[in-house]
Ligand binder design. Structure first.
Ligand code: SF4
Ligand code: MG
Length: 283
């Protein structure tokens, strides 16, 4: 069985020292080992942004895609080879702005894969502009007088879109984050894990200290039932979207690929996809 060190490669991340994305990378590597994956059974597909570099830093199959398009690529990978465990990843700008159309439809489609969003509430790679996750009044070079748009709530949107697994964590809490990714990997369906992952260079408001002060761990609510969708929506709204932990899980709904008529549920075999040269010539 692979250890987390076997999910490391020799590429040195070029994130800024202290960037939250380092912990997300470590948590993915630990979770992959803890659930018994091997590097050759995992594919990490990422979008564009600082966080999008993560696919190059993990010893597994990887694909660094285009802006906002990690999810279409990841879904294609999963449908082509269902024996792979697929992680898609990227930032809040990538997934909740240009990629939001894909995010919502991937959630409702419910393929068996895990989507990890590194949510730093700003565009980091392009040197600090307001993102859909930035708070109202947030000042950057793109909103010098403060953002006048309301902040997007990915957790509420995911629940409304029919998500079967919604979790949130904080890159400083490696134990919880690793556990959320493990549970996401083991969930049979689409798992959204939104991770507060501070940008130490450009976001001087939503810092580690700010998140430590504002996150609300679901462990504080021992009676909380993550199978209750209405309770999940209420708790997200009551906590202004700052809660962390497993927020919602529906274990009943089958993943998309298990419901496609004409295909068996035990994987799509290579011969189903491979055309002979004669067949190809006739196309
Ligand atoms: Fe991380 Fe921000 Fe640096 Fe990008 S700019 S690597 S998000 S700290
Ligand atoms: Mg961002």
């Amino acid at each position: 069985m692979a250890t987390f060190k076997e999910f490391r490669n020799n590429v040195k991340p070029n994130w800024c020292p202290g960037c939250g994305d380092f912990s997300v990378q470590a948590a993915i590597q630990r979770a992959a080992a803890n659930v018994g994956l091997e590097p050759e059974s995992l594919a990490v597909i990422s979008g564009i942004g600082c966080s999008g570099r993560i696919s190059g830093y993990i010893n597994a199959y990887g694909f660094h895609g285009i802006h906002g398009r990690a999810l279409p690529i990841a879904q294609g990978v999963k449908l082509a080879n269902r024996e792979l465990t697929v992680i898609a990843s990227g930032g809040d700008g990538d997934g909740f702005a240009i990629g939001m159309g894909h995010t919502v439809h991937a959630i409702r489609r419910n393929l068996d894969m895990t989507y990890i969003v590194m949510d730093n509430q700003i565009y980091g790679l392009t040197k600090g502009q307001t993102s859909p996750r930035s708070a109202e009044g947030f000042k950057t070079k793109s909103t010098p007088e403060g953002s006048i748009e309301s902040t997007l709530s990915p957790l509420e949107i995911a629940l409304s879109a029919g998500a079967t697994f919604v979790a949130q964590s904080f890159s400083s809490d490696l134990k919880q984050l690793t556990s959320m990714i493990e549970q996401g990997l083991q969930h049979k369906g689409f798992s959204l894990i939104n991770v507060f992952s501070p940008c130490v260079t450009f976001n001087k408001v939503n810092t580690y200290d700010w998140f430590k002060e504002h996150v609300i761990n679901l462990e504080q609510f021992p009676d909380y039932d993550p199978s209750n969708r209405v309770a999940a929506m209420n708790k997200i709204m009551e906590t202004n979207g700052m809660l962390t932990g497993l927020i919602y899980q529906n274990k009943e709904r089958k993943p998309y690929e298990d419901m496609i008529s004409g295909f068996s549920t035990d994987g799509l075999h290579k011969q189903d996809l491979t055309l002979s040269s004669e067949q190809f010539d006739k196309l």
